[in-house]
Design a protein around this ligand. Structure first.
Ligand SMILES: Nc1nc2c(ncn2[C@@H]2O[C@H](COP(=O)(O)OP(=O)(O)OP(=O)(O)O)[C@@H](O)[C@H]2O)c(=O)[nH]1
Length: 308
C-alpha cells in the first residue's frame, strides 16, 4: 500500500500529465531536470538524468543564453514571482507562451518551474494578419501595374514635401508626362503591349529620380514626378533626360518592337508655397501645350505665381 504522501504525489502528477501544456521543473543551480510532464516527454523525449538544456533545446553545450533564471531571483537570491515570455523552441520550432517561476523544492533547493503553452497557431494568424495589413497598405499607396506611387500616395508624400519646403524655404518642382498616341499602341499591340509600355515608362522614371522624389502614376498613361529642393531649370533638364531615354526605348513584343514617346509639362513653386493641386494643374496646362505643338517635347509653364 502506498503511503499518503506517495498517493498525493501520484495524484498531482496525474493532473500535470493530463495538461495540454509543457510543465517542467529544473534545479536552478545544476539545471538538472527534476520533473517533465507527459506532454513534455511526448514532445521532447524521456529526460533520463539530463539537464533541461540537453532535453529541451537543440545543440546546446551548456545553459542557454536565453535562460530566464537570472530574471526569477532578486539580488538576495529570493524568488521574484512569475515571469511571462514568448519563445520559439529550438527543437520543435513551435512558439510557446512561457510562465516561469522560481520556488523552493521540497528538499529546500531552488527550482524553476516552467509552464509553456503552444501558441504557434495564434502566432501564425498574427503573422498572416501583419502581412495582410502590410499588403493592404502597399496596395493603398502603390500603383499595382507599375509599382510607382499612386495618386493618393503622391498627395500624402507631396503635401509633406511641400510643407517641408515652406519651412526650409526650398523650391519644389513638378513634371507631368503623358504617353503619346497611347491608344494607337494599345490598338496595335493589345492591352498587354500597352501595359508593358507603362511598366517600361515607370522603369525610366524610377531609374532617373532620387529617393526624395515622388514618381507617381496618376492613372491611364499619365504620370507625375514631384521634385523637392528642385528649381525650374533642373526640373526641365531632368524632363529632357527622361524624354530622350523614353524615346530611345526599344520594347520587344513578340516579333515586334514598340516605340513610345511622351509629352512633358514642367512647373515649380518658390519656397513650396503653391498647393499640389495648383502644381499639377499648371503642369497639365504645359503638357497639353506640348501635345498640341507636336508631342515628344517639353513645355515649361514657369514658376507658379501665387495670387495671380
Ligand atoms: N494598356 C493600358 N491602357 C490603358 C490603361 N489605362 C488607360 N489606357 C488606355 O490609354 C489610352 C489613352 O488614350 P487617349 O487618352 O485617347 O490618349 P492618347 O492615345 O495617348 O493620345 P494623346 O494623349 O493625345 O497623345 C486609352 O486607349 C485607354 O484605354 C492601362 O492601365 N493599360
Amino acid at each position: 500500500m502506498p503511503d499518503n504522501q506517495s498517493v498525493d504525489r501520484l495524484a498531482i502528477e496525474t493532473v500535470l500529465d493530463s495538461l495540454d501544456a509543457l510543465v517542467y521543473v529544473a534545479d536552478m543551480d545544476t539545471h538538472e531536470l527534476l520533473f517533465l510532464n507527459a506532454y513534455g516527454r511526448e514532445k521532447w523525449g524521456e529526460p533520463g538524468a539530463r539537464k533541461c538544456w540537453q532535453v529541451l533545446q537543440k545543440g546546446q553545450t551548456g545553459p542557454c543564453a536565453f535562460c530566464t533564471n537570472p530574471l526569477l531571483l532578486d539580488e538576495e537570491g529570493m524568488p521574484t514571482g512569475v515571469y511571462r515570455w514568448e519563445f520559439r523552441n529550438t527543437l520543435t520550432g513551435r512558439w510557446y507562451q512561457c510562465r516561469d517561476q522560481a520556488t523552493r523544492w521540497p528538499d529546500g533547493r531552488l527550482v524553476r518551474i516552467e509552464i509553456a503553452t503552444d501558441i504557434s497557431d495564434i502566432k501564425d494568424l498574427q503573422d498572416q494578419l501583419t502581412q495582410a495589413q502590410r499588403q493592404a497598405e502597399q496596395l493603398a499607396n502603390e500603383d499595382a501595374l507599375t509599382g510607382l506611387a499612386n495618386r493618393r500616395a503622391l498627395f500624402a508624400l507631396g503635401n509633406a514635401a511641400l510643407e517641408q519646403a515652406r519651412r526650409q524655404r526650398h523650391p519644389v518642382a513638378l513634371i507631368s508626362l503623358d504617353a503619346d498616341h497611347f491608344k494607337q499602341i494599345n490598338d496595335r499591340f493589345g492591352h498587354a503591349g500597352g501595359d508593358a509600355v507603362l511598366r517600361a515608362l515607370a522603369g525610366v522614371l524610377k531609374q532617373h529620380t532620387r529617393a526624395a522624389d515622388v514618381a507617381a502614376r496618376l492613372g491611364g498613361e499619365e504620370f507625375a514626378i514631384l521634385l523637392p529642393a528642385t528649381g525650374l531649370d533642373e526640373a526641365r533638364e531632368l524632363a529632357e533626360r527622361l524624354r530622350a531615354k523614353i524615346e530611345a526605348l526599344r520594347l520587344s513584343h513578340g516579333k515586334e518592337t514598340i516605340l513610345v514617346t511622351c509629352s512633358f509639362g514642367v512647373t515649380a513653386s518658390q519656397n513650396g508655397e503653391a498647393s499640389l493641386d495648383l502644381l499639377l494643374n499648371t503642369a497639365d496646362i504645359a503638357t497639353y501645350r506640348a501635345k498640341s505643338t507636336g508631342r515628344n517635347r517639353i513645355e515649361d509653364q514657369g514658376w507658379v505665381q501665387i495670387g495671380s
